[in-house]
Design a protein around this ligand. Structure first.
Ligand code: LLP
Length: 423
């Protein structure tokens, strides 16, 4: 079988290593399933990206939603990233990771009053409005707090990012942002309100985008709006093009950040605004694996099944987007390949990690690595079927740290108790 091409998850003497530690050594201490991350991958992705944009003033906000372990957030924060948070829960994590509030931006299509209030009280760098109603609400809340809220408006540029429909966000039929045709009006309204300080324009057109063209198209639309606003006396300084940069899961042809830089710097430089990104997947996806143990193998109706101890509860992407994640053995051997469905223990036919997949024949007790599990894996995990969410480990050279333990059954029960009146 073909092995996934990864710099930080490589085989030495037929054993899979995470940086300089064998995966087997880690799972001896953590058990399976477990998420294992490579710090080096995270750091290198950031450095590669920021280097590509060295010719223009820019900042990368790490989109915390991709992987919100506070140690992961801390790594990006220490590298100089700002943080993009989508909820109170993510804000709490960002603050707990030690991030400066002045480098945090608050996003979200449905922020509650409480979230907006928290954003203002914590002096976040920016709050992004996604509707005209929200602009008024942010102003009212700022007024009641005797404060001025720093505001950016998320514009929906109506551009097709050519990705999975569930992760496409910049088409006019999507719920996100303010229609580009209404954008000028939205800015005029915001400029007329007493407790707002307008500072930015923002877009995020989708995720796992593999072509530069949709960015160019959308950024050009936003640049027109930006210039028109300037003529009308509304000066902005934060030009945020969101995230969405695609990575390789299988054999996708993705673009290099330098290609994006070459295409968009000429559009943005004349605006004299600070270019901002909100990157999630690009920074973390291929910096993580989910290691699982084979529980059973069987053949039904001539079809092979490999039943493993990880499930859709630990990696939801295959079930909901039919996403491909490469699966390979932790110990290589020269057995023949089979075609099999790799499935979890959950009582749903949708509980699969791979379908009709070619992989090395394996047997009970063997360990498999599910690749590209550094983004949108743990953060989308659930307790369905009473399952405990797996631990998370970060490898740093020849050391590893368990940065979150496996949940206990007490976590699952939280504060549930029998209410006598109900019995
Ligand atoms: N900014 C905003 C406003 C976003 O909504 C997102 C992702 C990002 C930035 C980061 O996008 P990235 O660079 O990671 O593509 N669960 C899906 C992905 C959902 C993305 C949601 N928004 C998946 O597993 O593919």
């Amino acid at each position: 079988m073909q092995l996934f091409d990864s710099e930080n998850f490589l085989y030495k003497n037929n054993k899979l290593y995470a940086e300089n530690i064998s995966v087997n050594e880690i799972i001896k201490s953590t058990g399976t399933p477990v998420y294992i991350y490579s710090k080096k991958h995270f750091v290198n992705q950031y450095l590669k990206f920021t280097k590509a944009f060295k010719d223009i003033e820019h900042i990368v906000y790490y989109a915390v939603k991709a992987n919100y372990n506070i140690n992961v957030i801390n790594i990006f924060s220490k590298l100089g990233c700002g943080l993009d948070v989508n909820s109170e829960g993510e804000l709490i994590r960002a603050l707990k990771a030690g991030a400066k509030p002045g480098k945090i931006i608050l996003t979200g299509v449905g922020k509650t009053e409480r979230e907006i209030e928290l954003g203002i009280k914590n002096n976040l760098q920016l709050i992004k409005a996604e509707s005209i109603e929200e602009i008024y609400l942010i102003n009212d809340i700022a007024k009641s707090l005797n404060s001025i809220a720093p505001l950016a408006i998320r514009v929906n540029p109506d551009v097709d990012p050519k990705t999975h429909p569930y992760i496409s966000t910049g088409l006019k039929e999507n719920k996100f942002g303010i229609d580009s045709k209404q954008a000028l009006e939205a800015y005029q309204i915001a400029a007329s309100l007493s407790n707002l300080k307008l500072s930015g324009i923002d877009m995020h057109i989708g995720s796992q985008i593999t072509e530069v063209e949709p960015y160019v198209e959308a950024i050009s639309k936003l640049a027109d709006i930006y210039n028109t606003l300037k003529k009308q006396g509304i000066e902005l300084n934060h030009f945020d093009i969101g995230g969405g940069i695609g990575v390789v899961y299988k054999d996708e042809k993705v673009f290099d950040p330098s290609q994006l830089a070459k295409a968009i710097i000429p559009i943005i430089k004349p605006l004299k605004a600070k270019l901002s990104f909100e990157l999630g997947r690009y920074l973390t996806a291929n910096g993580g694996i989910l290691v699982t143990e084979v529980l059973y193998t069987k053949k039904n109706q001539n079809k092979n099944f490999v039943v493993v101890d990880a499930a859709m509860t630990d990696l939801l992407r295959p079930s909901i987007y039919k996403a491909y994640h490469h699966i390979q053995p932790v110990l290589l051997s020269d057995r023949k390949d089979i075609i099999a469905d790799v499935v979890g223990p959950v009582c749903e036919s949708g509980d699969f990690l791979a379908k009709g997949r070619q992989l090395t024949e394996c047997s009970r007790g063997e360990k498999l690595a599910i690749m590209s599990a550094g983004a949108y894996a743990m953060v989308m995990a659930s307790n369905y079927n009473g399952r405990r969410r797996p631990p998370e480990v970060i490898v740093d050279g020849n050391k590893f740290h368990t940065v979150r333990s496996r949940e206990t059954f007490d976590h699952l029960l939280y504060d549930e108790k029998i209410v006598e009146d109900l019995t």
